[in-house]
Each structure stands twice: as structure tokens, then as C-alpha cells.
Design a protein around this ligand. Sequence first.
Ligand SMILES: [Fe+2]
Ligand SMILES: [Fe+2]
Length: 318
Amino acid sequence: MMIIAQITDTHILPKGQVWLDRPETEVTERLKLVVQHLNNLNPRPDVLLLTGDSVDKGSEEAYQHLKEILKPLSIPLYVIPGNHDDREKMRKAFSAEAYMPEKGFIQYVIDDYPVRLIGLDTHVPNEDYGLLCKERLAWLEKKLKTNPAKPTLLFMHHFPMKVGQRCIDDIICRVEGEFESFLLSSPHVLGIVAGHYHKVSAGLFGGKLCFVAPSVAPSHYFATGEDEFVTAIDLTHPSFVLHRWTNGFQMVSESLQALKFDKRLPMNSLPLYGATLPPCEPSKRAKQSDWNKKEIASPPSRFARRRDRNDDGGDMVC
Ligand SMILES: [Fe+2]
Ligand SMILES: [Fe+2]
């Protein structure tokens, strides 16, 4: 089992500045909340991928602020640039990291885990669209051929598939070469994970899963698929993703929201499920936080009755 966490499009600004000049966007607080949630996950993810647009305007001050917010993070972090990043300023900010290339594109291979991770640089200075040029594709092809037996996940900011949203489809990843057919003939590639859309989306590209993660910054709302611009900014909760690799070539991706605890209803606080909710794993349940330990007296629930009918005694909710 390997858990690959992913965050994307954090759009951090220098300290004191706010995203889109609207304080309610709260990008700093949103990332802090996500970091807190990631640190509290049990089991904790093995790695965290930050798939671009890590800062909003690519300034040194923004990267310093980003690093300050990420400081409490207790998971190994890997970053790649998006269209809002500045390649050289990102390189400088993360130069102490062993994976960070000293020059050229910020793309690299992480071989320390059961799943091989390959970060791709789709950044094009002063453009919103992304690009996998011949040079970047040739690099990828070479790296993929060096270990064709190991499950491999590609991560990049711009995704290469169209999502049916006019203004987004104009700024996806452009490809100079046979990326799609190359993926089709690379059975060890689990898929691609990306960001950029500020919405969750998934599809097939080159026969592989292409998972577009929702943003930490507020998400995009489009009234119609033909909109020339984003119609509105949705002030929903910040999101992150967990990609769980279980074995061989099996991987499951799950999108989660970083909710504040006062907005989450524990199942054992609900009268229907309450005190009769059986523990799925007593040893783990005992470790959960106080609000989840509290039992509320209630009559036997519908769930408990259903469980009684479960011949093998298995737990149907957990
Ligand atoms: Fe973004
Ligand atoms: Fe982007």
C-alpha cells in the first residue's frame, strides 16, 4: 500500500495580500487547514504532490510565504510548476530539496517508493496553456524505458485531455509528439494526476486514468460549457486528493474536503446510528478524538438491525 496525497492550485500570495483582492477567498487559511488535515490523516500519506499554481504571481515573497505555511507539514513534498508559477523562483525557493533539478525544466523521477513518481514541467512563461515539447517528451520516454516493470505515476499541472469547457480546453497541455500513443504502449504507467481546472474531473488519455484534482484555492464555476471566462468563484471548502495504490496496477483516487471540525457530524452523534454503531476496528476507534468517542444513548438503529442480518457478521458501514 502506498498513499499519494495531492494538493493543487494553492495560489498563495505574499504575506498580507489576498487572492483576487477579495479577503473571503482566504487562500492562506485554506492551505493551513489542508496541511493540518494531511498531518492528522491515519494512516499518513507517504508523499504529497503539489501540482502547480502553488503561488499566484510567481514572486520570491509568495514562495517564502508558501514555504512558511507548509513548514508544519510532516509528509515529504514534491512540487512542479503551473502557469502561475515562475520556474526559476520556484527552483530557488526549493533548491534545498534533493529532487529539484539545478537547471532546465523542473521535471524529475522519485524512485524511493513502491510507485515510481515522475513530475513533469508543462510551464510556458507568460502563457496560461501548458506544453510538453519534443524535449520534455523525449526526456519522459527515456525515463519510462529505464524501469518498465515498476508501477509509475505521472504528475503535471496542465492535463492533456479536453474537459468540454471552452475556456479551459483552450489552455490545457499542448503536446508536440506522440504522448497518447506512447502511454498506450506503456502498461506500467498507472495514470496522470494534474490540477489547473480548479474542479475535479477524470477521464481517459492514452488509455490511462487522467485525474484532475480540485483546488485548495476556491473552485471555478461555469454557467455553461461555452463560457469564455470563469463565470464565478465558488467559496466551497478547500480540497485535496488521496491516490491509494494497493498492489500491482491498482490505484483508487478519492477527493476530500478539508472541513472544519465544527462542520462535521460524527456518525455516533446521529440518533439513527448513535450508540449502537459497532466499532470497525476497536483498537483504532479507541484512538480517535474526543468528539468521536462520545456515545449518545439511542434505540437500536436501522443500521444495527441490518447488520444483524449480515450472515458473515461483517461491518456494513465501515
Ligand atoms: Fe490555478
Ligand atoms: Fe493553472
